[in-house]
Design a protein around this ligand. Structure first.
Ligand SMILES: Cc1ncc(COP(=O)(O)O)c(C=O)c1O
Length: 363
């Protein structure tokens, strides 16, 4: 019998989104509603011709493109196979058994998994009305806190706090606690990220971003972060050399070069999100104000959420159950194609009217 380490055997698998059967529409993983810039396909074709070679382990062209797009020094950037890889490596590098990783109650759930993988304790501070509560986070810091993980805008809430609040938080947080700011949805937020990037110069703060959302490259697995050099040095030891495929690096460079396309898709998504949220409010629901490409939908109770989930699935619409987040009364809807959003509203309306609660028939 081959036995895993007890610490590994004790881990729970990461709670994935429900699979989307063929013919259904996945509104469950906050993927872009749009394909990437047309320039990406041509870059992929050209990169495929050199696929016999290993990728650039220093992400040279990709870092240059990221630096140019954000006005940052490429030498301060690291790239990951999705930002998940960087989040996992950061936690493994700076938190272990008996250490605490602190996050807001409705924090990005992969952080809890990554903390468990590192053997660290995942601790949460309450939020208020689905919003990060900085005072509660500060109050939850203990001598064991090694990392505070702050996602702004948040997933699954979609809400954002002012970047100035994060700067104030950093100033009040002890200098030996690493602050990781996850800006996976930063492009949808519209706040100037420069004050957050400047925090990195302190040496105790990291900003993480991804091309999976606004750039429509979730399938390419490209994340990146702005790191203080001493922290980057440790994280690099924990990521695989050649972690980002050459084809993915080339696709990312092409996507970054087409900022106008990215901005257009973000604007169209935001307009759709506004209509969808207004539709939910017209049904008497109270979604928190989203600054992302998804909307959290709180129902009266977990039973209504489960009934809505069943009816939506029967209609071929796969939303994300929030049970794994401890929010059983909510569903999360990624903003997808307009007809899918209209259909989602129609199915929810039917469920709320008390029909089709117990089964399909809403096709
Ligand atoms: C807040 C947040 N951070 C990070 C990620 C991971 O993104 P990726 O690994 O695709 O870069 C996600 C994906 O949903 C997310 O919502």
């Amino acid at each position: 019998m081959i036995r895993p380490l007890p610490s590994v055997a004790a881990l729970s698998p990461y709670p994935m989104a429900d699979p989307a059967p063929p013919g259904s529409i996945a509104l469950s993983q906050n993927e872009s509603a749009f394909p990437p810039s047309p320039a990406v396909a041509e870059a992929l074709r050209r990169a495929a011709e050199g696929a016999e070679l290993y990728p650039d382990t220093d992400w040279t062209a990709l870092r240059a493109a990221l630096g140019a797009a954000h006005g940052l020094d490429p030498a301060r950037l690291l790239c990951g196979a999705g930002s998940m890889e960087l989040i996992g490596a950061l936690i493994r590098a700076f938190a272990g058994p008996d250490d605490e990783v602190l996050a807001p109650a409705q924090g990005y759930i992969f952080v809890a998994t990554a903390a468990a993988q590192a053997g660290a304790r995942y601790v949460t501070a309450p939020e208020r009305d689905f919003r990060v509560d900085i005072a509660a986070l500060l109050a939850a810091v203990t001598p064991a806190t090694r990392i505070v993980f702050l996602c702004n805008p948040g997933n699954p809430t979609g809400t954002a706090i002012a970047n100035a609040e994060i700067v104030g938080f950093r100033e009040r947080l002890a200098g030996d606690v690493l602050l990781v700011i996850d800006q996976a949805y930063g492009e949808f937020d519209g706040q100037d990220a420069a004050p957050l990037f400047r925090l990195v110069e302190r040496g105790d703060t990291v900003v993480i971003r991804t091309l999976s959302k606004a750039y429509g490259l979730a399938g390419a697995r490209v994340g990146w972060g702005l790191f203080p050099p001493e922290i980057a040095e440790e994280v690099r030891k924990l990521i695989s050399p050649g972690n980002v495929a050459a084809t993915s690096q080339a696709m990312a460079v092409a996507a970054l070069a087409d900022q106008a396309y990215m901005r257009r898709t973000v604007a169209v998504t935001a307009a759709r999100r506004g209509r969808f949220a207004a539709g939910l409010r017209a049904l008497g629901l109270t979604p928190p104000e989203s600054r992302t490409n998804f909307v959290l939908i709180p129902f009266a109770d977990p039973e209504t959420a489960a009934a809505a989930d069943r009816a939506l699935k029967a209609a071929g619409l796969i939303l994300r159950s929030m049970r794994g987040y401890g929010l059983g009364h909510c569903l999360r809807a990624t903003i997808g194609p307009e007809p899918a959003m209209e259909r989602t509203l129609a199915v929810i309306a039917e469920v709320l009217r008390g029909r089709n609660v117990d089964g399909p028939g809403v096709r």
